[in-house]
Design a binder for this molecule. Structure first.
Ligand SMILES: *Cc1c(COP(=O)(O)O)cnc(C)c1O
Length: 382
């Protein structure tokens, strides 16, 4: 099969009806983007307060059914604050997956906490409830109903699964393990806007969740993010902390704790609102491409990743699993040399210098996927 990627490359080109460069994912601006941006400029409210910020937050609540949605400057900042609100303190530990984008680990480190990198499941490519359970059985103990790592004597304060490429992790199983050990779950839902687990929007099953609206995500605000939670009190606190922790007053400036300027500018919120109006149609369009890919790759005997039972995926970045590293390298070379962009999945977090000292398990599945998973062009074809 080694030299057989030509037909695959040709198929991808035929799907996008071009011989020119096909990027992995491009945004599509087909709605009210320009109208809302001009309205924002005319209003002079281009910065950190404005009508579109409020509207964006309500839209996020409607889409996800979360009680509170909070606009923030980017997804990473959203995750950082979500962890703080989940009770993560300096020197605590946070369990997460070794196979993820670096922002997941960074958000933990920004809280001066220690990430612990655990294995993923082969099917979801996200944090494995079994790996979490095994790690805790071996390393943790309860002290006054608080989970501690026996070996490091640190509190295990939170667990942060990430829904890789928009495919939800096994949330019920993960929540039940974390519940048993009294560990708060914060979902890195940066990639999974529009993805559902058993009918519930990703990000709403943990205590908090955060999304990204970066330019490469399923919809974009240029740069931006959102925190969601069903806990009203935590939601109010999230808004407060991300807007400099200022006590409301008509003219006095008083801040009673260390807050952040993580506000999403109204300009970006305007773009986000216009994009969210098209979220469903963009995802439906991507799902059509996924169907085409699925039947093509089935005929080639190549494993194209599709949504699992009981989930709905947004198909943010679509991917194939190749036989081994040599096949993967060949596909990456042939496709990128032929105007079809492809990219390997991330390197495991412990390979990065700032995280190579962190605790981790064997990561058997993560190592397997790291060598085989490749993203292919996934843009909506509008
Ligand atoms: C995109 C992304 C983020 C961060 O979002 P930004 O808006 O770029 O800060 C966090 N986690 C994951 C898994 C992501 O893919």
């Amino acid at each position: 099969m080694a030299n057989d990627f030509e037909t695959t490359i040709d198929f991808i080109k035929s799907q996008f009806k071009t011989d020119e460069f096909i990027p992995l994912h491009v945004p599509h601006f087909g709605g009210n983007e320009k109208k809302y941006l001009l309205e924002t400029i005319d209003s002079t409210f281009v910065s950190s307060v404005g009508a579109f910020v409020d509207r964006f937050e309500v839209m996020m609540q409607d889409i996800t059914t979360a009680k509170k949605g909070i606009a923030v400057v980017n997804g990473t900042a959203g995750l950082q604050v979500a962890l703080r609100l989940a009770g993560v303190m300096s020197d605590d530990e946070v369990l997460t997956q070794g196979l993820t984008f670096v922002a997941t680990a960074n958000a933990i480190a920004y809280n001066n906490a220690h990430p612990v990198f655990l294995d993923v499941d082969i099917d979801t490519m996200g944090l494995s409830p079994i790996a979490v359970s095994n790690f805790l059985d071996e390393n943790a103990e309860m002290r006054n109903n608080v989970c501690y790592n026996k070996k490091t004597n640190r509190k295990i304060a939170a667990c942060m699964p990430m829904h890789t490429f928009g495919f939800p992790v096994h949330l019920d199983e993960l929540l039940s393990v974390c519940d048993k050990w009294n560990i708060t779950v914060v979902e890195d839902a940066a990639e999974s806007l529009g993805s559902y687990y058993k009918g519930k929007h990703t990000g709403t099953l943990g205590k908090l969740g955060a999304f990204s609206f970066n330019g490469n995500k399923v919809v974009t605000s240029g740069g931006g993010g959102a925190i969601i939670t069903n806990d009203e009190e935590i939601g109010t606190k999230a808004k407060y902390l991300t807007t400099t922790a200022k006590k409301p007053h008509p003219y006095e400036f008083y801040h009673d704790e260390l807050g952040y300027n993580y506000r999403m500018p109204n300009l970006n919120a305007a773009l986000a609102c216009a994009q969210l109006e098209q979220l469903n149609s963009l995802i439906e369009n991507k799902r059509t491409l996924a169907t085409e890919y699925a039947s093509f790759f089935a005929s080639k005997g190549i494993n194209f990743r599709t949504e699992l039972e009981n989930t709905k995926a947004n198909y943010w970045l679509m991917c194939i699993e190749l036989e081994n590293k040599a096949e993967r390298d060949l596909f990456l070379k042939q496709s990128n040399e032929n105007n079809v962009m492809s990219r390997p999945i991330w390197q495991l977090m412990h390979r990065l210098p700032m995280y190579n000292h962190c605790q981790r398990d064997e990561q058997k599945n993560a190592l397997f996927l790291e060598e085989r998973i490749v993203n292919i062009p996934s843009s909506a074809r509008m």
